[in-house]
Design a protein around this ligand. Sequence first.
Ligand SMILES: Nc1ncnc2c1ncn2[C@@H]1O[C@H](COP(=O)(O)OP(=O)(O)OP(=O)(O)O)[C@@H](O)[C@H]1O
Length: 250
Amino acid sequence: MTLTAESVSISFGGLRALDEVTLTVPERTIVGLIGPNGAGKTTLFNCLTGLYAPSSGRVLLDGRPLAADPAQAARSGVARTFQNIRLFSGMSALDNVLVGRHTRIRQGLVDALLRSPRFRRSEGQAVERARAELTFVGLDPEGDRPARNLSYGDQRRLEIARALAGDPAVLMLDEPTAGMNAQETAAVRTLIGAIRDRGIAVLVIEHDTKFIFSLCDHVYVLVRGRMLTAGPPPAVRADPRVIEAYLGAA
Ligand SMILES: Nc1ncnc2c1ncn2[C@@H]1O[C@H](COP(=O)(O)OP(=O)(O)OP(=O)(O)O)[C@@H](O)[C@H]1O
């Protein structure tokens, strides 16, 4: 599935946070989104996940308008992680992933109350899948430790496992390596490649431009709400306007 923002604009009071922004995340592609602080990256993510409705322009998933509702957007195949970790900290790692899985499976209330064979079978499959996602991201498949007891890097990985459990077609990662050391960052790079190899499109916001240029197939540069340029990493890295935008910001 291809996720597209088409001439998306949105304002907060007098501030035009996004001005006619167009971006495409094609299947099996890792797309990077960079830009100085306050450029509008998170705002664009919020539009692409149905959290904000653009004041003009459209968000399309395979050519069809995406619902301006995060739960519905998730069900149609767009999953995300947040800049600040949002886990259920008292719940076990496994239960956190099961929450992500349950966005996908529908249980009848009667089946659940009676714990019918159909319900138990379906729950068993959900647990198996949740364990497989924990293994995929490099966490203990038992997942019995409370999320809050995991290291910071492992909590970020757990968020990714939870998002993957919902069977996304497109996964959006907001600063997945923020606060990580070099070793953890390298592990996330490998993980994102493996996610793409599963056929999932990935859109990544990062401040670490080195990480983005070495990881992504395509990079977009947002500056003060406008798309400055986009292209393969070598072209974007060499673009004098990009260098100026970053030096200007510094
Ligand atoms: N809900 C909101 N209400 C008012 N202003 C907002 C809101 N969300 C974002 N903004 C403003 O819109 C602009 C873009 O913010 P946004 O967080 O999208 O930028 P960003 O590129 O993600 O920044 P950073 O890299 O610092 O996270 C900023 O000026 C911000 O203050």
